[in-house]
Design a protein around this ligand. Structure first.
Ligand SMILES: *[C@@H]1O[C@H](CO)[C@@H](O)[C@H](O)[C@H]1NC(C)=O
Ligand SMILES: *[C@@H]1O[C@H](CO)[C@@H](O)[C@H](O)[C@H]1NC(C)=O
Length: 126
């Protein structure tokens, strides 16, 4: 992983990990499926998908840069955008179905290398 990231300057890694599904009780459940790691070249588009089977009405995309906390990119509630944490035109999200949340990163650049997290919850009582 790291060696590819360092050795190939025009090619980089977008890591996508399936980690959190937050519920109001704070319990962490991992039944959320997400695109695995991606390696992309500059200028391509990254299509990240996240599916959840809970019937949760709120979904989130976060990014995490090395040594940083989670940064919210999008929060959708009932399939509509409720909060956006980025002004970058590269990032677009949509939720075509209750259980599917997508993040497209168009014309990816090396600074988009990060770990992207998807989460869902019953509501944003976070
Ligand atoms: C987005 O742009 C607005 C207006 O310029 C600014 O107030 C806000 O802080 C920006 N948000 C982010 C996440 O950069
Ligand atoms: C993301 O890409 C998919 C697949 O090409 C497309 O169907 C969807 O409309 C795109 N979503 C956004 C928000 O651009």
């Amino acid at each position: 992983f790291g060696s590819v990231l360092l050795a190939v300057s025009d090619c980089f890694i977008l890591s996508v990990l399936c980690v959190l599904s937050l519920s109001p009780t704070g319990q962490i459940d991992a039944k959320i499926t997400q695109t695995p790691s991606l390696v992309l070249e500059r200028g391509h588009t990254a299509y990240l998908r996240c599916e959840q089977t809970y019937g949760h009405d709120s979904m989130f995309w976060y990014r995490q840069d090395p040594g940083q906390g989670l940064q919210l990119l999008f929060n959708f509630y009932y399939k509509k955008e409720r909060e956006k944490g980025t002004n970058s035109s590269h990032f677009q999200a949509d939720q075509p179905q209750d259980d599917l949340f997508r993040l497209n990163i168009s014309s990816v650049q090396p600074e988009h290398s990060a770990v992207y997290f998807c989460a869902s919850s019953l509501d944003t009582a976070l």
